[in-house]
Design a protein around this ligand. Sequence first.
Ligand code: GUN
Length: 376
Amino acid sequence: MKFTPIQKDIQTKARVGTLTTDHGTIQTPIFMPVGTAGTVKAVHQRELKEDIQAQIILGNTYHLYLRPGLDILEKAGGLHGFNGWDRPILTDSGGYQVFSLAGTRKINEEGVTFKSHIDGSKHIFSPEGVMDIQRTIGADIIMAFDECTPYPCEYGYARKSMEMTHRWLDRCIQRFDATEGKYGYSQTLFPIVQGSVYKDLRKQSAEFIASRGREGNAIGGLSVGEPAEMMYEMTELVTDILPADKPRYLMGVGTPANILECIALGVDMFDCVMPTRNARNGMLFTSEGIINIRNEKWKDDFSSIDPSIGNYASTFYSKAYLRHLTVSKEILAAQIASIHNLSFYLWLVGQAREHILAGDFAVWKDQMVKKVSTRL
Ligand code: GUN
C-alpha cells in the first residue's frame, strides 16, 4: 500500500492524498460504505461502483467469521471473490462488534470469549486469531484487535484497557508480519488509538501507535456517545501526533457535519452505518439538509430527492414518490434511500477534496456544516 499526500490546506489541517492498494487507488479524504456481512445493505455492487462511486467498502470480521464462515470465504477466494467487489476492502477486527453485539463475553489478556448473536455458540477472538481470520477474509486493509471503551468510562478502566490494546497490537503485528496474504495481493495492518476521552491517555496511545511505524493508523473509541466537541478535541490531539505521511482513519464517524469537521482536523478515511441505517428508517441526508421522508410535508413535493448530487436515484425519483414507498413499506424505498444517502456522503467528501485543492476549504466547510445540519 502506498499513501501519497498531494496537498495540505492552508487554514486547516485538511489534506488531499491518494492511497494505492493492489485493488486500486483511493482518493482521500474518503468515506467507506459499511458492508458488514459482505453486502452494503440494499445496494448492488454495480450501483455501488457506478452510481455511488464507492472507492473502498468495509466488512466486519465478527459477522463474516460467524456467517458464512472462513471455509466458504477461503473457497471463494476471499471476500472479493465471494461478493464480486473488485475494488479495495477494509475489514474491522471485531474489536468493536464483539463488545456491541455478542452475548455474554469475557475479556482477559488472552482475548475475548463471546457467544454468537446468531446461535449462542461460544467463540474466542485473540489478537493472533483475528489476524488469521482477516488474512482469510482477504481485505486490503485489516484492523488490529482492540477494545473500544464505552462512554462514559472511568479513567482507571480506560488506562488499563488502552494498555491491553497496546499489548494486543504488538501480538497482532507479530502474527501479521509472520504470515502472508492468501490470494496473491498484499494486505496492510492498521493499529488503533484508544484512550477514551482522556487527553494524557490519547497522547500516550497516539505516540505508541505512531512508534509502530505501520502504513496507516486509525483512531477508535470515539463517537460512542460523548459530546461532539469532545470527539473533535480528542481527534485533533491524536492527528497532531500521528505521522502526516500516513493515512489517518477515524472509525465509526459520523454525521456529514462530523465528517467535514474531522477532515479539517487531518482525518483521511471515515466509515459509518449512518447513511445506510438511517436510509432504512426514512432519514435522508441532502445538500440542503436533513429530511425525514415520512413527514406529511413531502407528500406532494414532486421535486427530485437531491439533483445536485448528480446521480441517477437522487435525480430520477421525487420526494413524494419516495415518501409513498417508505410509508407503504415497499422494499424499493430502502434501496433508493440507501443509494441516495451513500451518493451524498461520497459527493460530500469529493467536494471537500476539490475545495482543499482549490484553496477555499475552510470557508466552504463552515457554510456546508450549517447546511447539512439543517432539518428541513
Ligand atoms: N468502530 C468504531 N469504533 C471502533 C473502535 O474503537 N475499534 C474498532 N475495532 N472498531 C471501531
